[in-house]
Write a protein that binds this ligand. Structure first.
Ligand code: FAD
Length: 298
């Protein structure tokens, strides 16, 4: 990322909300469930599975966490009613992790049990580093009871290889991503190439370890390495899938689908679109630059 791009990406937070909304509509299925279901139907028709994220990342009190629990049950009901190929992705801070870990665990258990009845999979997203141990601990516990739940590993985290070893031992599926939070160097690798190398290292461990892997990246260099490993290790097609965010590099997504690989798209929806969108814009200076030009023009 060049200096100018960094400056533009850094200034995303001052972009007017209506402009963020217009540009980011490609990253979000909609504010309501109905438009989200239509988007998932479309993705399914294009050969992709989905995973639904209800936006609004942290809950500050019991009432908000209970709302989130209700939202996810509503999503699970709708996915079943419409016969859509989709699971759900859940953030534990949305279920109360920041103020009451026991309540959070109970909320997640209710969702996982409800999803299990409907034979749906629950992916527990990974958040910032103070949440890593609690999140993985809860996933291990839920997996032991229900089985239809999986973790996320961030390749920038120095601890990830140990977390991967524990997941392999327990047979828990994991999504592997680079990681999106701004972590201190003591905890996370900061260098782009080191994160990439660690991604490849962790992926190889996971594929050799036999757990189901969600290969979540739009980085074609990593996708090439993933395809290489799948080929060299003769990994069966039912042991991995590629995962991408809604609205990001659809051309690469189509290439993977057309080559016969399973692809799942992360589909966020809801009224709290602003925080998610600014993160996506900060990640992609090309789009942030476009937004900046748009602001200058309007
Ligand atoms: P990058 O090097 O960032 O991107 C590679 C290329 O993809 C770029 O050159 C660019 O052209 C394109 N690209 C990337 N982002 C965008 C964008 N926003 N718009 C347009 N083009 C783009 N992180 C977590 O910390 N916890 C999670 O639980 C988590 N879940 C995720 C689930 C999925 C399905 C995916 C795909 C990502 C998830 N992430 C999560 C985010 C992840 O950690 C990265 O921040 C993000 O995927 C960008 O990294 P990358 O591997 O795509 O590589």
């Amino acid at each position: 990322m060049g200096i100018l791009d960094k400056a533009i990406a850094g200034s995303v937070k001052v972009i007017p909300r209506p402009v963020v909304k217009r540009i980011s509509s490609r990253y979000i299925a909609g504010e309501d469930l109905e438009s989200t279901l239509a988007k998932i139907r479309q993705l399914n028709e294009q050969g992709c599975a989905a995973t639904v994220d209800v936006l609004g990342e942290t809950s500050d009190n019991k009432r908000e966490a209970a709302e989130k629990l209700k939202d996810y049950k509503r999503v699970l009901d709708a996915l079943e009613e419409r016969g859509l190929n989709s699971g759900i992705s859940v953030k534990l801070t949305g279920l109360g992790l920041l103020f009451d870990e026991a309540l959070c665990r109970a909320n997640l258990e209710e969702i996982v049990a409800y999803a299990a009845e409907k034979e749906r999979f629950v992916r527990v997203d990974m958040e910032d580093s103070p949440r890593t141990s609690a999140t993985l601990g809860i996933v291990h516990e839920m997996y032991g009871r229900y089985g239809n739940v999986g973790a996320v590993i961030q390749a920038y985290m120095r601890r990830s290889i140990e977390d991967v070893d524990r997941l392999i031992e327990a047979g828990i599926s994991a999504r592997l991503c680079k990681g999106i939070y701004d972590e201190p160097r003591k905890i996370a690798y900061k260098d782009f190439d080191t994160v990439r190398q660690n991604y490849i290292f962790l992926l190889e461990e996971m594929l050799k370890g036999g757990v189901y892997v969600g290969i979540a990246t739009h980085d074609e260099y990593l996708i090439w390495h993933a395809l290489r490993l799948v080929h060299q290790l003769e990994v069966p097609a039912d042991r991995y899938e590629f995962q991408m965010l809604l609205g990001v590099d659809e051309e690469l997504r189509d290439i993977l689908v057309e080559s016969g690989h399973k692809v799942r798209v992360y589909v966020p929806f809801g009224k709290d679109w602003y925080e998610y969108s600014t993160r996506r814009l900060q990640e992609n200076p090309k789009i942030a630059r476009y937004v900046a030009e748009d602001v200058v023009r309007s």
